[in-house]
Design a protein around this ligand. Structure first.
Ligand SMILES: [Zn+2]
Ligand SMILES: [Zn+2]
Length: 557
């Protein structure tokens, strides 16, 4: 029989292991009844057209409440790794550990959430080590698409876990240091028990490519262009912004930043010494009066986000920036799955204005991914030589293909957990030993609600089917005191049969339904509401072939 007091090392993803995004990883050490924990990353994912009104989705962290958490380590400052702190930190209440650039952006996030005074943020240097109970955590410098990306070497008495974070191998990352191959190799020599690794690009052959190649490609392209130039990219990719700025300078253009996050993140970058030796940026107001050939805009909104700078420029509603005939827009970004429709709309609007478009599809080289492709993954397995591969940061198909790749690389064991599955990494064979509550929580109107909750369901139903509002006034005898009134929302009519005609018919239908009720039923508001709803839904099915939400207000006069 298993010894209940035996120490175990466990890994538990609560997010990021069914999707790319929303990363929330827990490591536990100790006997089952008395584990100490560390949390790695607390990220969000974003809503889409299936979640109207919900922009931000966070992992269900109920299980983390009440755990003995020694610390929360943030690998880097992408939203899918730190974005949920404002929502979920209060459930964990442990000190945060991050490098300076990440810490700067975390502070802003916590300030927005009114938590800054409560949270203990401890800055770590690149390559720094911290002791968190039974865990000794050392940052391992890697390359990615944001400043200061870190992997983690997590040492425990039962073995070392290499948690890669988001990474790629970039020989010339433009800013920051190269991947610390020596440390990863040395960890491999000493013995890596398990590697928990990024799966984003497991279906992409070859290598992601270097940021320096993007710099060359952008400069070559921009140097050929006359008229205004706008470049859309992620603000957090400071190396990319730096490349765009230097390309602009080489072509005699001044740079104007457009979009709130562009200003926010360049300020964070400057606070850690990046973007220092470049010309001052010009404001959008100054840029307006400069010759078209002398200005270059760096914009947010490459994913078609409707409120971002580029969408407003495309709509012609940006107060200072306009693009038109003879101007150019370079998308130095990829299409994130789910955003195709929004990006298509945005690009069509720009094209309609006469703006020429450049994307990575027709101009390969103006963007590279920040995640490892297959050759890079293989290289990492050769360096780290783990006993157990634990793919993360992917959908189901990514994780399972990553297991196949690990087996091809002679890794003895590969386990792909789902969110909520607790895996014992040691002692013994790696396997799922428990399943804990997990899932998605929606940030809906400032409130955290479970996915699949009532409010969003009703909103979607109303969006697809419309609504009817009915007012019924009954006297003391339960008789109608006045005509039933019906109003419609989101329901169509035409010349032959107008919406008013339909509503009149529905009012009569409601009156008929009320007359059929017994005196006792008419005294009961709920019975009245139910009868009206049933009758109007049936009639609506006949009129519009749909079943709107029916809201009845019963007045007793
Ligand atoms: Zn990520
Ligand atoms: Zn990332």
């Amino acid at each position: 029989m298993k010894n209940k007091n035996q120490d175990e090392l466990v890994f538990l993803p609560l997010g990021g292991s069914n999707e790319i995004g929303m990363n929330l990883n827990l490591y536990g050490y100790g006997p089952a009844h008395d584990r100490k924990w560390i949390v790695v990353d607390v990220g969000v994912t974003f809503g889409d057209p299936t979640t109207p009104g919900v922009d931000i989705i966070v992992p269900d962290a109920t299980y983390a409440e009440g755990l003995n958490i020694e610390g929360i380590v943030l690998t880097h400052a992408h939203e899918d790794h730190i974005g949920a702190l404002g929502w979920l930190w209060p459930k964990m209440k442990a000190p945060l550990y991050a490098t300076p650039f990440t810490a700067y952006l975390i502070r802003e996030k916590l300030r927005d959430a009114d938590l800054l005074d409560e949270v203990d943020i401890r800055e770590l240097p690149l390559g720094g080590t911290i002791n968190l109970g039974p865990f000794e955590v050392t940052l391992v410098t890697i390359t990615h698409s944001i400043p200061e990306p870190n992997g983690l070497a997590i040492k425990t008495p039962l073995g070392t876990v290499l948690h890669t974070g988001d990474w790629k191998i970039d020989e010339d990352p433009v800013i920051g240091q190269r991947t610390d191959v020596d440390t990863i190799r040395r960890l491999g020599d000493e013995g890596v028990l398990a590697m928990v690794c990024d799966s984003t690009n497991v279906f992409v052959d070859g290598s992601a490519g270097s940021e320096a190649e993007v710099r060359d490609a952008l400069q070559a392209l921009i140097s050929t262009l006359k008229g205004k130039v706008a470049v859309a990219c992620f603000a957090s990719n400071v190396a990319r912004v730096d490349s765009v700025v230097r390309s602009a300078e080489a072509c005699g253009r001044r740079v104007c930043l457009v979009g709130r996050s562009m200003h926010r993140i360049t300020a964070a970058a400057k606070s850690v010494g990046l973007l220092k030796d470049v010309q001052e940026f010009v404001s959008d107001y100054e840029a307006k009066s400069m010759p078209a050939d002398k200005v270059l805009y760096v914009c947010t909104g490459s994913q078609g986000e409707p409120r971002a700078a580029l969408a407003r420029i495309a709509d012609g509603s940006h107060p200072q920036v306009s693009l038109g005939q003879g101007d150019h827009c370079i998308f130095s970004s990829r299409v994130i799955p789910g955003n195709e429709i929004g990006i298509g709309l945005l690009q069509n609007k720009l094209a309609d204005r006469g703006v020429r478009l450049y994307t990575e599809r027709d101009h390969p080289g103006i963007h590279v991914s920040g995640h490892p492709c297959r050759d890079e993954l293989k290289q990492m397995y050769q360096w780290a030589r783990p006993q157990i591969a634990v793919p993360t940061h992917g959908e189901r198909r990514h994780l399972l293909e990553h297991c196949n790749l690990a087996k091809d690389m002679q890794v003895p064991q590969a386990v792909a957990p789902r969110n909520g599955e607790m895996i014992r990494l040691a002692p013994g064979r790696a396997e799922v030993i428990d399943e804990v509550p997990s899932g998605r929580m929606y940030v809906d109107g400032g409130v955290l609600v479970p996915a699949g909750g009532e409010a969003l369901r009703e909103r979607k139903h109303a969006a697809a089917n419309g609504m009817l509002f009915v007012s019924v006034a009954l006297d003391r005898k339960g008789k109608l005191a006045s005509d039933v009134e019906v109003r419609g929302l989101g329901l169509p009519g035409d010349e032959d049969y107008s919406l008013d005609d339909a509503l009149d018919e529905l009012a009569e239908t409601a009156e008929g339904a009320l007359k059929r009720l017994s005196g006792e039923e008419r005294d009961d508001d709920i019975a009245v509401e139910k009868a009206v709803a049933r009758a109007l839904k049936k009639a609506s099915q006949h009129i519009w072939d749909r079943r709107p939400i029916v809201e009845t207000i019963v007045l007793r006069v």
